[in-house]
Design a protein around this ligand. Sequence first.
Ligand code: SF4
Length: 377
Amino acid sequence: MRELAVYIHIPFCDHKCIYCDFYSVTTLRNKTRFFEALKKEIDFYARKLANSYSVSTIFFGGGTPSLMEPHLIGEIIEYLNKKFNFNSPLEITLETNPGTVNPNKLKAFKKAGINRLSVGVQSFDDDDLKFLTRIHDSRTAVRTVKKAADAGFENLSVDLIFNLPNQTIKKWQKNLEIATALPVKHISAYSLIVESGTALKALINKGKVQIASTDYDAKLYLQTIEYLTNKGFAQYEVSNFAKKGFECRHNLFYWRYKDYLGLGPSAHSFIEGKRWLNYSNLTKYVEELSSNFNAIKSSETLTEKEMLEEFVMLSLRSEGLDLNLLSGKFGEDWKANNKGLLKKLEENNFARVEKNKIKLTPKGYALCDEILLNFKF
Ligand code: SF4
């Protein structure tokens, strides 16, 4: 049996945050229809995959999955378990927003089978949170993490965003200090990305918001790596840091180029070199599931060259590029074609080669996208 990671997109939010381009709706009107459709989608893929795949991780993302009643999430876990074999240990993550849970609800999520929480804190500074139009304040964020630990969640992660407008080095440092003083085992720290079509993008276009330079962004990023590494959070991907043994197993499926199944509107899947994407519209998703038993909007089969590019990119952005694995999958050409560049990266301290594995240094991670553009495929 091959291992499978399952992502489930819960497309409901309290309101739309100004920077967000994830698919979600701000009404719960179609919640029941959504969960019915989701079960049909599980049926569809169980018929195709359950004989050859067993599930190792489940990730409830969104949207705001923690807005849902725990029994609804529990029913989906049970339903999946009826249709697929589950591996042990099984990691089941729930993205959880402060302001949507209380101690009883957290306990109920635990009882429903969730064993990892990814808490969408984004910042411990109230001005930042107002700017991001989040529903919570800093106190609620701290309390949510502590209550989650009290409810028995050991595998706890927080998300933070840096390079927000007016975010000084000192202010960002304070965020890192608060996060690491909490009982968390994993921290995701992302630079603010201005996505097109968002309210933030419109504000920037009108000149009402200014974003700091890329140099300043890189400075905050290097500060993050240094601080978190010193606090015992090892960097295992461009934006992700974990205490030993608490790396997100679900995300490792993506970065190790392994198979994953995405369910729900806007979810992506990647299985045996084929990638597909669901409709990013709840009504369409529900209709398609009723008539076609799936909600696939488009699909593509990757060429050998595309797979090689993605494998190199994902490996370098995360745990490093295993040259033996690369040769086994794609032959020797890439190594030969990029020998000169790899040597230069090592000489300039952008990468290290250890045990036949190329790993970016913090300086290399900061310039990861530029470095990737220079490889020959
Ligand atoms: S809560 Fe999360 S998913 Fe929902 S709008 Fe805000 S950032 Fe986007």
